[in-house]
Design a protein around this ligand. Structure first.
Ligand SMILES: *Cc1c(COP(=O)(O)O)cnc(C)c1O
Length: 402
């Protein structure tokens, strides 16, 4: 038994958490399928195909092979030795930054691209913010001989020029979105609108645990490879076999959900770390956006408020419905970190461990640093943190700051 030295609620029993959603994609009072009739039918086809595929050893084997030979899995679990010594905790990093294309996005995208090919679709549609999901989608499309159309806000196209070039290099069409705040929320709306007219030949490859059923749990299932691998690696590495805390950053919440899923039946305490300006789980209110009911940042009239974060991947005003449910249950806790804390954490990881993290991932580390200093993480605690991506894409942001 783990000593109960933390003021947090005890994790609820595993039964019923992080399994299949109920009904039409319900996680407690969240989730569902709020979509026009034509998309409801398209989602039903995706759901049916996904259920068939995951039960098919042929599909699972083909995906495992792509993940191994193309994406570079399994990724290592790296003990952060020097930083751990400074913090007085034992920190282990799950290295999604070492995957092909540089973030965990590739895990989900290879799964969905393989599914799309199985469904006879010839084109992938995707939304992207920082461009990581767009690059992963363009990569998977090229690999499987599919076309890719990526919707990206005009402002993000300016901020993430490098990833735009990568997508075009890979043969994808990048469509600038000029509506609203010209960022991720608008790109997602535009991609969904576009899908309505082309559901027969195109698959919408959603990039996080958001959207109408079955996307939130399908994406979590494709990302659970992070948690499953980490679970086996912790079993080999840790005396108790399970870390005291499991920590990940949360934009829509896919790297966190995939990580948590591997430890759902354990006593590990889950912490989701959001950007101060994109704290859907920590500060959002129930609402409906992009096909599901979840927690979103809203003004007093219920209008969705724009998110702001130095990390483009956390620049989303909501969170996936399963995180909203885990928050209500007390199974996971959601905390926020400022831009300044994230940059300081990125610099510290670079200089103690020789790893330049994505600014998204640096949010998770910033909480670990703060919690170790403030006693929330007792001395000697074991912490598993998912390092969701590498920092190359953030160099133009960082060059002004370091
Ligand atoms: C997209 C992205 C995120 C945020 O997405 P989640 O769905 O919350 O995981 C985090 N880190 C990196 C490196 C990303 O590219």
């Amino acid at each position: 038994m783990m000593p109960d030295v933390s003021p947090w609620r005890e994790p609820v029993p595993a039964a019923g958490t992080m399994g299949e959603p109920r009904g039409r994609g319900r996680f407690g009072e969240y989730g569902g399928q709020y979509a026009p009739e034509s998309l409801v039918e398209a989602c039903r086809e995706v759901d049916e195909a996904f259920r068939e595929a995951r039960a098919d050893p042929g599909f699972r084997g083909a995906l495992a092979e792509l993940l191994a030979l193309h994406a570079g899995r399994p990724t290592p679990l790296t003990p952060a030795r020097r930083l751990s010594q400074e913090l007085g905790v034992r920190l282990y990093l799950k290295r999604e930054d070492l995957t092909h294309t540089g973030s965990h996005k590739i895990n989900n995208v290879l799964g969905q691209a393989l599914l799309a090919a199985r469904m006879g679709r010839r084109r992938l549609i995707a939304e992207t913010g920082a461009g990581q999901h767009g690059v992963a989608t363009a990569t998977a499309a090229a690999l499987l001989g599919l076309e890719a159309t990526v919707f990206m806000g005009e402002r993000d196209i300016e901020r993430q020029a490098l990833n735009v070039v990568r997508m075009r290099m890979l043969g994808a069409e990048v469509i600038p979105v000029t509506t609203g705040s010209r960022t991720l929320k608008d790109a997602t709306s535009e991609a969904m609108r576009h899908w309505v007219g082309v559901t027969g030949d195109s698959h919408y490859c959603v990039g996080s645990v958001i959207g109408p059923d079955p996307y939130p749990w399908m994406v979590r299932e494709f990302q659970r490879v992070i948690g499953d691998e980490a679970r086996a690696q912790c079993a080999a590495e840790l005396r108790t076999g399970v870390p005291d805390h499991v920590v990940a950053c949360v934009g829509g919440g896919s790297n966190a959900a995939g990580t948590f899923a591997g430890f759902a039946d354990t006593s590990a305490r889950f912490v989701g770390v959001e950007a101060e300006g994109g704290a859907g789980a920590a500060r959002g209110r129930p609402g409906v956006l992009h096909g599901c009911r979840s927690l979103f940042l809203q003004d007093d009239d219920g209008q969705i408020v724009e998110a702001h974060s130095i990390a483009a991947g956390l620049d989303y005003p909501g969170v996936g419905p399963e995180h909203a449910h885990l928050r209500d249950l007390g199974r996971a806790r959601y905390v926020t970190v400022t831009d300044e804390e994230a940059v300081a954490a990125a610099v510290r990881l670079a200089r103690t461990e020789g790893i330049v993290p994505a600014l998204e991932s640096a949010h998770a580390l910033a909480w670990v640093i703060r919690a170790a200093g403030g006693g929330e993480l007792p001395a000697g605690s074991t912490v598993l943190m998912t390092l969701s991506g590498r920092g190359d894409k953030d160099i133009s942001t960082l060059k002004e700051l370091v």
